[in-house]
Design a protein around this ligand. Structure first.
Ligand code: FAD
Length: 467
């Protein structure tokens, strides 16, 4: 667009999508403004999402491993949990990263403007901060305003014992009994943390399965391990009411597998996230927002208004940080005149539970539902020397192949650090590798990533040496 504007590129929201877009834009020579309502940069991911949850999950894992070392002849005492220090450590990790983002913004001369942004025209955004209002005009804009936790109407949200993921990550205390509503990744990660800290955790899920999206056979080892640790897992059950009482939150359930009611010290509601599309004055810029708050984009991240882009959670599933960053890069490059496209064949998903569950490309259930002519190779980690050395043997690696071409079309793994080994499968799919390519690639021994090669060999029927 022609004209004189305050900046070339205005980015609304400083999450993984937004800061990536802003940095890429600045690197490509665009005068860039980054608008963020929170005092801290980094969005949900850095402040109240990916990073603090992983910091706590690591602590949870250490507690758990220490407890199990007695089987190896090493006995640790009962852990003393100093909640203030644990919280401070988690906050320290977050602070390092958010501080880093601020530094990177400064070094690139990205102008960070704090305040709540709202479009007031196709080339103008109003930013309000503590009573001050300023208007910033832009040549291009990138909407990266993210998402927020979904609420179920009628629950007592003014009671701090009813938490969303942000509240759960605050770690105000270690409740005696916690109910997690929603058996998705976020709920299960937080359930894992609290269980390790000593809370009796119950999970309630509407569907007949946990971790929707992953193949059942991949979730099974996780579910089996958790069934022994969680107080209860109620599948095909729903919470119909929560009432605040002095002694706790009284929760009413529906579903054969759950009691009609029970009392919990805290409840975590994690039933999904809603996009922020309706909260940014999009209509003033002519940007179309659907009923749920999502903004549709093309493969260059353009909205229906060609000089306005949207990226990250606000454009739809999967709501993952690595999708947001890649989209952010594309949007900034297109604004700078490059011919970039978001062209990922696959986007990996990882649940950082213990064991981790990770998948990329088509799942076996999708392959079946789509009637694909697929073959599979699986490798049980009980036959992996590395896995056994780690004292864990419940893992499985599975690769799916197109039987006609032999190419890898999907992969999944469950087990310790499964999230780290899925990257190779993603690369294999992007590059059109077949089983032989993976099998012929020399993998270091003994590693967990070796299980990917073993699964490929299992598909080819050439597996010779398991350990
Ligand atoms: P967000 O990170 O949501 O950032 C949006 C930003 O925009 C926010 O800073 C917000 O304050 C700002 N904003 C919104 N509206 C305005 C406005 N009007 N004016 C000014 N600023 C505004 N994903 C993973 O890939 N891996 C994980 O391990 C993972 N773990 C998670 C754990 C939890 C507990 C949660 C809640 C999420 C997790 N996610 C994870 C999801 C991940 O956090 C999101 O996919 C990611 O943050 C989306 O990035 P985004 O750039 O779209 O927006």
């Amino acid at each position: 667009p022609e004209g004189t504007f305050d900046c070339d590129l205005l980015v609304l929201g400083s999450g993984p999508g937004g800061y990536t877009a802003a940095f890429r834009g600045a690197d490509l020579g665009l005068k860039t403004v980054l608008v963020e309502r929170d005092a801290s940069l980094g969005g949900v991911c850095l402040n109240v999402g990916c990073i603090p949850s992983k910091a706590l999950l690591h602590s949870a894992k250490v507690i758990d491993e220490a407890a199990h070392m007695s089987r190896h002849g090493i006995v640790f005492g009962k852990p003393e949990i100093q909640l203030d220090k644990l919280r401070a450590w988690k906050d320290g990790v977050v602070g390092k990263l958010t501080g880093g983002i601020r530094q990177l913004a400064k070094s690139r001369k990205v102008d960070v403007v704090h305040g709540t942004g709202s479009f007031v025209g196709p080339h103008e955004m109003q930013v309000s901060h503590e009573g001050d209002v300023r208007t910033i005009s832009f040549r291009y804009a990138v909407i990266a305003a993210g998402s927020r936790p979904v609420q179920i109407p009628g629950f007592p949200y003014d009671d701090p014992r009813l938490m969303d993921s942000t509240g759960a990550l605050e770690l105000a205390d270690i409740p005696e009994r916690l109910l997690v509503i929603g058996g998705g990744i976020i709920g299960l990660e937080m359930a894992t943390v609290y269980e390790a800290l000593g809370t009796k955790v119950t999970v309630v899920e509407l569907l007949d399965r946990l971790m929707m999206g992953a193949d059942r056979d991949m979730v099974r080892p996780f579910q089996k391990r958790m069934a022994a640790r969680f107080e209860n897992i109620y599948l095909e059950s729903k919470v119909t009411a929560i009432e605040a009482e002095e002694a706790g939150l009284r929760v009413r359930f529906e579903g054969e597998k759950a009691p009609s009611e029970d009392l919990f010290d805290r409840v975590l509601l994690s039933v999904g996230r809603a996009p922020n599309g309706k909260l940014i004055g999009a209509a003033h810029a002519g940007v179309a927002v659907d009923e749920r708050g999502f903004i549709a984009v093309d493969n260059q991240q353009r909205t229906n208004v060609p000089h306005i882009f949207a990226i990250g959670d606000i454009v739809g599933q999967p709501m993952l940080a690595h999708k947001a960053t890649h989209e952010g890069k594309v949007a900034a490059e297109v604004a700078a005149g490059h011919k970039s496209f978001f062209d990922a064949r696959v986007i990996p998903s990882v649940a950082y539970t213990d064991p981790e569950v990770a998948w990329v490309g088509v799942t076996e259930e999708q392959a079946k539902a789509q009637g694909l002519n697929y073959g599979k190779g699986t490798f049980p980690w009980a036959a992996s020397g590395r896995s056994l050395a780690l004292g864990r043997d419940e893992g499985v690696t599975k690769l799916l192949f197109d039987k006609d071409t032999g190419r890898v079309i999907g992969a999944a793994a469950v087990g310790t650090n499964a999230g780290e080994i899925i990257a190779e499968a993603g690369l294999a799919i992007e590059m059109g590798c077949d089983a032989e390519d993976i099998g012929l690639t020399v993998h270091a021994h003994p590693t967990l990533s070796e299980t990917v090669a073993f699964a490929a060999e299992a598909f080819e029927g050439t597996i010779t040496d398991l350990y």
